[in-house]
Design a protein around this ligand. Sequence first.
Ligand code: SAM
Length: 304
Amino acid sequence: MTTISTELAAATRKLKGDDLENARFEAEILLSLATKKTRETILTHPETELSEDEAETFREFVSRRSKHEPFSHISGEKEFMGFSFIVTTDTLIPRPETEILVEHASAVAQKFEGKNILIADIGTGSGCIAISTANLLREKHLLSPATSFVAIDISKEALAVCRRNIGKHSLDGVISVFNGDLLLPVIEKEIFQGNEVFIALANLPYLSAEIYASSPKTVQDFEPKSALFSKEQGLSHYRRLLEQILQIKKANPKMKIFALLEISPEQRDLFSNLAASIMGDKKIKLDFFQDLAGKWRLVKLEIL
Ligand SMILES: C[S@@+](CC[C@H](N)C(=O)[O-])C[C@H]1O[C@@H](n2cnc3c(N)ncnc32)[C@H](O)[C@@H]1O
């Protein structure tokens, strides 16, 4: 038999030796996960004996973390906008810098309260953008049947996780899930018909080859490259998305169209040029927003 204090001490040594800065804290959280006891219980009862199963699970978690596997893959969840999401190795782990996209999305939807609105989350991954936007609108009592959501991803595995998150947040009748390339499922099924406002939300892969190559090892080793890298200086996905959005506008000239897209900070000018060249004679309004770290992170495009 082993105790909390013995296991914590050994785990802290191991994690420290593998260059994890907050080794003791991480060990406590991992032990809390493995034993389903709160951190407070663990800290106040160091003499408690652990069962063999608990000790084995804990050591496995510590071993995975010591290889710098993201904490969220071990816990199987990540908090985003104050909501909890299931994540796996098939999804990107939601990033805090994406939260401003959700705040702007809910503000745009709120502005058109009472209209028929279609909100599309393109490259939905865990579903965190669509689900958080729907949750914010629901909290404000603005989630009416006039507002519908679609969540699209090219990865069937990611969509399986997204579906679980939709269920977890009780949004089954609100968000429809489609497997496909960017907005193609929406275009092919003409899902935008009958809507007065279309809001495209996307945090698509936008890292250029150079930036992807310099991203942290944990990202390259543990998160899907297909969720992060894009050709054409990181803008190939957005180029094709803008072409599809233009196609939707041409088919529905009266529909108000917005796109809220997360970008890499150095892409601001590149993106402006790209949008102008694709939209041609269509007038557009572009606004850029910084994330909490002061980096250009979000572009809001409106087709006028
Ligand atoms: C950067 S991740 C973002 C995931 C999620 N929105 C988030 O913020 O955590 C990009 C997502 O786009 C998806 N994706 C990549 N190419 C796509 C395409 N051509 N059509 C649809 N989804 C795509 C990936 O599978 C991945 O889930």
